[in-house]
Ligand binder design. Structure first.
Ligand SMILES: NC(=O)c1ccc[n+]([C@@H]2O[C@H](COP(=O)([O-])OP(=O)(O)OC[C@H]3O[C@@H](n4cnc5c(N)ncnc54)[C@H](O)[C@@H]3O)[C@@H](O)[C@H]2O)c1
Ligand SMILES: O=P(O)(O)OC[C@@H](O)[C@@H](O)[C@H](O)[C@H](O)CO
Length: 413
């Protein structure tokens, strides 16, 4: 099948590479998935809603990824990139020709991009690329994010009166994934540049990719995704959230500050050892490999070159307290195996003290506690019933954090 050249709006430049679409030209898009796709021979078309970033992509068509590790001051140039607004007709045309569609927009935004994907797929069916294999992968911190995206795309197609969804999806694989690289906002260099840690891990459901021979550099295809997804969410993200919520209470600003605070580090490390004991039981990791995973995770948090604000890591605290999420999900897994979870409970309790005006969910949580009381707030967010052991523990630690804050305030710490 011959591929028409993609013509960039404005510059008139044309490109004959394979096309990849990435929704979300943010930290993970520009700093992780986009660069891997480019290195694998794709021209990456970022679809976003921030016009300034789109304009910059179309003006420059390249940017730098700065690797912020201790041992190397490394820079990688990324070329072959374009940007379109999701509402732009060119976005639909690009979807109609793409061989891979990836996202990193945040779990709550998947529903919003689904209508654009649905329209692009309808356009594709009516065009010359109708039979071209396509893989869709939502790269979000969420269990089975691609399944969720697929559900929203199906709903959007039904809303348009589409009846042959199976036919439309025949050449398309919707693959879930696990995605791991710490990338906070970056302020050095030009507006497109990003600063990332060297480490990365991208694990994708092997049976779902189309064609089955799909090869993208850095993409680890696995028959069973769950061990990778749960290990990452209930270790890296769990400990990260513990450091952010406890560090916030202590007036700290960044993750590396929190990891150097004895109390925050102790609670976070012991919490991921608690979830680790359950992960070992559930997925059969060896004690030694999981200890190494935890040690590497603690070292990643402590990277002094990554100035990761606690507010970013703690963002959307209500979602982070959901039963299948990084904190309560980890605690529930421990409960399933009858294992201790005291430190996880301390972190869950700390989340109820996160009070940042710029964070919509933090404001909702604070309002819930104020209007309906902490006991109801715990029940509504975590789904632990009042009177249960978990609920009582969280309540007790919530008050202990409150007393600690009051003491620090009095002592002027
Ligand atoms: N940053 C990290 O360290 C990291 C690591 C692993 C996974 N993740 C996950 O990746 C996802 C994105 O995180 P991020 O840090 O890159 O966020 P980000 O805020 O840097 O990027 C999100 C991008 O999505 C864009 N966007 C918002 N609404 C959109 C829409 N309707 N259509 C298209 N684009 C839209 C935003 O403009 C922004 O450019 C999240 O699910 C996050 O949990 C982040
Ligand atoms: O993106 P969130 O809000 O789900 O979680 C915040 C951080 O824990 C997260 O972005 C990590 O940096 C990332 O998951 C590392 O791979």
């Amino acid at each position: 099948m011959s591929r028409p050249a993609l013509t960039h709006k404005g510059t008139g430049l044309t490109c004959h590479r394979k096309h990849a679409i990435h929704f979300g030209a943010g930290n993970i898009g520009r700093g992780f998935i986009g660069p891997l796709l480019v290195r694998s021979g794709y021209h990456v078309i970022f679809l976003d809603v921030q016009q300034d970033i789109i304009d910059e992509l179309n003006r420059e068509h390249h940017y730098d990824v700065n690797i912020l590790d201790l041992e190397a001051d490394n820079k990688q140039e990324v070329r072959h990139v374009t940007g379109f607004h999701t509402k732009d007709e060119s976005a639909l045309e690009a979807i109609a020709q793409a061989e891979i569609i990836t996202t990193s927009v945040g779990p709550k935004i998947l529903e919003r991009i689904a209508p654009t994907i649905a329209e692009g797929l309808l356009k594709r069916r009516d065009g010359e690329f109708a039979d071209l294999d396509l893989t869709v992968i939502a790269c979000e911190n969420m269990i089975n994010a691609t399944d969720s995206l697929k559900g929203h795309v199906v709903a959007a197609l039904k809303a348009r009166g589409e009846t042959d969804i199976d036919g439309l999806f025949r050449p398309i694989g919707f693959a879930n994934c696990e995605v791991d690289r710490i990338i906070p906002p970056y302020t050095g260099g030009n507006p497109l540049d990003v600063g990332v840690e060297g480490f990365y891990e991208w694990t994708v459901e092997k049976s779902k990719v189309r064609p089955p021979t799909l090869a993208v550099e850095g993409m680890n295809l696995q028959d069973s995704l769950e061990p990778f997804l749960e290990r990452k969410l209930y270790t890296l993200n769990c400990g990260h959230a513990m450091l952010a919520f406890t560090g916030y209470i202590k007036g700290l600003k960044t993750i590396d500050e929190a990891v150097h605070d004895e109390q925050c580090r102790h609670i976070a490390k012991h919490a991921i050892q608690e979830s680790g004991a359950a992960l070992i039981r559930k997925h059969g990791f060896t004690e030694e490999e999981h200890r190494e995973y935890i040690d590497r995770t603690m070292t990643r948090y402590a990277n002094p070159n990554i100035k990761d604000q606690l507010e970013r890591v703690a963002r959307n605290p209500k979602s982070k307290l959901a039963p299948n999420e990084r904190l309560v999900g980890a605690a529930n897994m421990c409960r399933q195996y009858g294992l201790p979870r005291k430190n996880l409970m301390k972190g869950i309790a700390a989340a109820f003290h996160f009070d940042v005006d710029e964070d919509e969910e933090a404001l909702q949580l604070v309002k819930l506690v104020k209007d309906e009381g902490i006991e109801t707030a715990i029940e509504k967010t975590t789904e632990y019933k009042k009177g249960s052991k978990e609920h009582s523990d969280i309540l007790q630690y919530y008050h202990e954090w409150k007393e600690q804050t009051a003491r620090s305030f009095e002592e002027g710490v």
